[in-house]
Design a protein around this ligand. Structure first.
Ligand SMILES: [Zn+2]
Length: 118
């Protein structure tokens, strides 16, 4: 089935959707620094190299919500992340997407009330 699982996270609907001008605006707004905040320490990542711009609401989700391309690529929907944090976030989103897909279809039948009881 999944012959090349490593190839699936990039390409097609992947990142890089922001026009260069918007991308620059996002990077400038965020001070050209990764915006990831460690949930345990509350400290912001200090990376200022290998920065990438990611969508806050993923393009797939935004399209599902009926957003226009202008809304999807609005600076408000962009965050600056270093490459490792971007990769981690993309992985987390993929996992969440799979979990959602799993949750959407019930795996077992809901318990039925005994027809004799009420
Ligand atoms: Zn980072």
């Amino acid at each position: 089935m999944a012959k090349r699982p490593w190839a699936s996270s990039h390409g097609r609907s992947g990142s890089g959707g922001f026009p260069p001008r918007i991308r620059r605006a996002i990077l400038t707004r965020d001070g050209w620094q990764c915006t990831h905040v460690d949930p345990h320490t509350g400290e912001r990542c200090t990376a200022t190299e290998r920065l990438e711009v990611d969508h806050v609401v993923s393009q797939a989700d935004a399209r599902r919500l009926g957003w226009t391309p202008a809304e999807i690529h609005d600076p408000a929907n962009g965050v600056t992340l270093c490459a490792p944090h971007h990769a981690a976030r993309t992985r987390a989103q993929a996992t969440a997407g799979r979990a959602r897909a799993r949750a959407a279809r019930p795996r077992r039948r809901p318990p039925e009330r005994h027809p004799g009881l009420r």
